[in-house]
Design a protein around this ligand. Structure first.
Ligand SMILES: NC(=O)c1ccc[n+]([C@@H]2O[C@H](COP(=O)([O-])OP(=O)(O)OC[C@H]3O[C@@H](n4cnc5c(N)ncnc54)[C@H](OP(=O)(O)O)[C@@H]3O)[C@@H](O)[C@H]2O)c1
Length: 319
């Protein structure tokens, strides 16, 4: 097998950094792209909103695979800048997909469990379950999915554009604020001593999944889809989902972090309030993703143990 090249967008981000490592580990040539945090030596600076910059990078590096991690995914930033978010999450995704489809480059688009409404009784969600995002972030990610599938369909390259949905992520972080899970460590630390009381959701079910596991799955999907011929590829699934089986509410994660760090969490109050039935926007209760499509492809969906990972992390931090 000749040398293989992958371009990872969002390589300065929480997931992208681990995706770069996973492909490196398997001996691929890896080119990571970032934007504000790109150092221009190890990470290329590419504004994905600028199609000619993207085209130049594809021409220069001629990848077999692009893993598209870049997105605006912080709900407050999404709501504060809906047009900027749509420009990145949807329009830039479409233009990247068009360029990849024209070249026959395999594109793996990272999406989210928030494409589902997560109503009680709906879980687990198969890949073809009815979508219905409850917030703008989920909506733009769903539109990004459709853009990828449309562009590859229009180019007659079905099966070379693949969506990989994942749930809330945790893992090695530059700062805990990078992850909706890691940040709960800061919440537990923040209520110590004179820290104020906080309310924590104890209703919605979450499936925290490690970025290293997602990165490994991205590699395995790339390898599996590349090994299929163009005709076989068209029959491969276009939407895949990966998730840990570890299930926690955010309050339960705080309980666990308190236990691991030997800290009291009495000042964290569990909030069991679900959706107000009269509210126009309902929050997802359980967006559990079925991993069936990945398993049927023979891809390993095992994950590291959430409790074990955090025990090791805290121990390493204390050394
Ligand atoms: N984190 C989660 O819990 C989670 C859960 C489900 C799905 N996802 C999905 O997973 C993917 C990765 O998320 P993440 O947590 O790694 O996000 P992240 O840490 O916020 O990283 C976002 C990346 O996008 C890049 N970026 C932003 N604007 C750009 C632009 N105009 N041009 C080029 N690059 C740009 C950023 O580059 P700079 O920082 O250098 O500007 C950064 O590398 C996203 O698609 C997200 O929707 C994440």
């Amino acid at each position: 097998m000749g040398e293989r090249t992958v371009i990872v967008t969002g390589a300065t981000g929480f997931l992208g950094r681990q995706v770069v490592k996973a492909f490196n580990l398997k001996g691929w040539n890896v080119e990571g792209t970032g934007f504000t945090r790109a150092d221009r030596s190890s990470i290329l600076k590419v504004d994905l909103a600028n199609a000619s910059e993207v085209e130049k990078v594809l021409n220069e590096h001629n990848p077999q695979v692009v893993v598209h991690c870049a997105a605006n995914r912080f709900p407050d930033k999404v709501d504060a800048d809906p047009s900027g978010t749509r420009a990145l999450n949807v329009d830039a995704t479409r233009s990247l997909a068009k360029l990849c489809a024209a070249r026959g480059v395999l594109l793996i688009y990272i999406s989210t469990d928030y494409v589902f409404p997560g109503r009680p009784g709906d879980a687990p969600h198969e890949t073809d379950a009815a979508t219905g995002p409850t917030n703008l972030y989920g909506l733009t990610k769903l539109e990004g999915e459709r853009a990828v599938l449309d562009e590859f369909g229009a180019a007659g390259r079905q099966g070379r554009g693949v969506v990989l949905r994942v749930p809330v992520l945790y893992g090695p972080a530059e700062s805990n604020a990078e992850s909706a899970v890691n940040v709960l460590m800061d919440v537990v630390l923040g209520v110590q001593g004179g820290g104020a009381r906080v309310k924590m959701d104890h209703w919605a079910l979450r499936y925290p999944t490690n970025t290293d596991d997602v990165a490994r799955v991205c590699h395995d999907v790339a390898a599996r889809y590349l090994e299929a011929s163009s005709s076989d590829c068209a029959s491969l699934p276009r939407v895949l989902q990966f998730s840990s089986e570890d299930r926690y509410t955010k309050y339960e994660m705080c309980q666990l972090f308190g236990e691991i760090m030997g800290l009291n969490i009495d000042k964290i109050e569990p909030n069991t309030q679900g959706n107000d039935p009269g509210a126009s926007v309902q929050r997802p209760f359980d967006c559990k993703l079925s991993t069936r499509a990945l398993r049927e492809l023979g891809i390993d969906v095992s994950t590291q143990d959430f409790v074990g990972w955090w025990r090791r992390e805290v121990r390493a931090f204390r050394k």
